[in-house]
Design a protein around this ligand. Structure first.
Ligand code: SF4
Length: 408
């Protein structure tokens, strides 16, 4: 059972008017330059950029009028020139297990005349942590055959501001900003605020995973910018060890991810032979297992304390044999790794079935006995289609003719 809340009235009342840009998602130097664009000298722009950063990311403010350390006249000038845009919440569903799924709606910041796009974002609360699963694209160019998102064509990449917008909106709903109030609607959150420990311990969102809709490394620049902002200590301040980027294997961007972003890496592996992986994760035809595994061995910062997570969806009679488990162990030998076994989460129209529990156990035993931690991921939010591989939105790509007609 799940309940669905109609939250359309939470929609952002202040839609983009032409000429106003959103400040959410700009790096500090860009924010400074943008402020210099409305007449501030460099020194003041730098100081104001720090103030705004704190208000936007630490305090979660969306209204310039609440920025009490900025004079009224200048607050008005900011409001006339800029937005602190967040997505609209189209719907929020809460699973019987406390998982929460939002459908967020964004307008194209460069062209508000185009129809909005929608993505799903999922919050998975556990006793000691709360994980937000964030989307990077609307739809996906890849067609992993076990994944529901893969049946939705890519509509467009999300901007850095839209990726951050999911985190900011989720923090708002979960009462994670200073002075925020936890929702009291049956959804779970980890330890309540002020229940002891550091502020980090009492946050509803302690971890972020880039595992929602889309392939994050096909939107590298925006994902990088969003994650660098999310991990900045003066703002949202998420530790990079609590941010995981999951890729299906875009090999050329794996090394830059470690060097330039420095977050934890997860690989959607799912098969240990090229013939099978070509079918399950078709990007394998471009970057086969040998290249992918080498890129993992070379991942900057890799150590026993910073392991790579290999995700392996358990598909009945497809990839779940003892021989597959042994080959998995052989393939990953020498890589500090954790193997996440994911019981397949069905979605409408799929041809796959989930492996039986005894098969999953046997597979996990082989992997465990080889010395790898291999937790079997408990499916979360299946009743609201929020589980791994089940996300999808209704947004469809416009034809060029349709786009031209709307933007003419
Ligand atoms: S698993 Fe990831 S990369 Fe593959 S189709 Fe689904 S969203 Fe795209």
């Amino acid at each position: 059972m799940s309940i669905a809340l109609d939250l359309d009235h939470h929609a952002h009342p202040d839609r983009p008017r032409s000429g106003r840009t959103s400040l959410v998602g700009l790096m500090k130097p860009e924010l400074r330059d943008t402020l210099m664009g409305i007449g501030l000298d460099e020194r003041e722009a730098k100081m104001r950029a720090s103030q705004l950063w704190n208000w936007i990311y630490h305090n979660g403010v969306t209204d310039f009028d609440r920025m009490t350390n900025i004079q009224k006249g200048f607050r008005q000038k900011l409001a006339d020139s800029f937005l602190l845009d967040r997505p609209e919440i189209v719907s929020e569903q809460i699973s019987i297990d406390g998982t929460r799924k939002w459908l967020f709606r964004f307008r194209d910041p460069r062209n508000p005349l185009l129809p909005p796009v929608e993505v799903e974002t999922v919050y998975i609360p556990e006793e000691d942590r709360g994980t937000l699963c964030v989307s990077s694209q609307v739809g996906c160019t890849l067609t992993c055959s076990f994944c529901h998102t893969g049946t939705q064509k890519l509509v467009r990449n999300l901007t850095a501001g839209e990726i951050l917008g999911q985190i900011l909106m989720a923090r708002e709903r979960l009462g994670d900003f200073p002075g925020g109030v936890r929702p009291n609607d049956g959804g779970l959150v980890p330890a309540p605020r002020g229940s002891g420990g550091s502020e980090g311990d009492s946050r509803a969102i302690t971890n972020v995973v880039m595992m929602g809709m889309g392939e994050p490394l096909y939107n590298y620049d925006n994902v990088k910018q969003a994650l660098l902002i999310a991990s900045d200590e003066a703002g949202i301040s998420l530790s990079k060890r609590r941010i995981t980027l999951s890729t299906s294997g875009v090999v050329p961007f794996i090394e830059p991810t470690g060097r330039e972003i420095g977050v934890m890496l997860a690989i959607s592996l799912h098969a240990v032979r090229d013939e099978l992986r070509d079918m399950l994760v078709p990007i394998n035809k471009k970057y086969p297992l040998k290249e992918l595994i080498q890129a993992c061995r070379d991942y900057p910062g890799l150590s026993n304390a910073r392991r790579i997570t290999f995700e392996y969806v358990m598909l009945k009679d497809i990839n779940d044999s003892d021989a597959d488990a042994r080959e998995l162990v052989r393939l990953l030998a020498g890589i500090p790794a954790k193997i996440n076994l994911i019981p397949f989460n069905p979605w409408p129209g799929t041809n796959y079935d989930c492996s039986s529990s005894s098969r999953i156990e046997r597979f996990a035993d082989i992997v465990n006995n080889a010395g790898y931690a291999s937790p079997v991921r408990t499916p979360r939010g299946r009743d609201i289609f929020a589980a791994c591989g089940q996300l999808k939105s209704e947004t469809e790509r416009l034809t060029k003719k349709e786009r031209d007609a709307l933007t003419a």
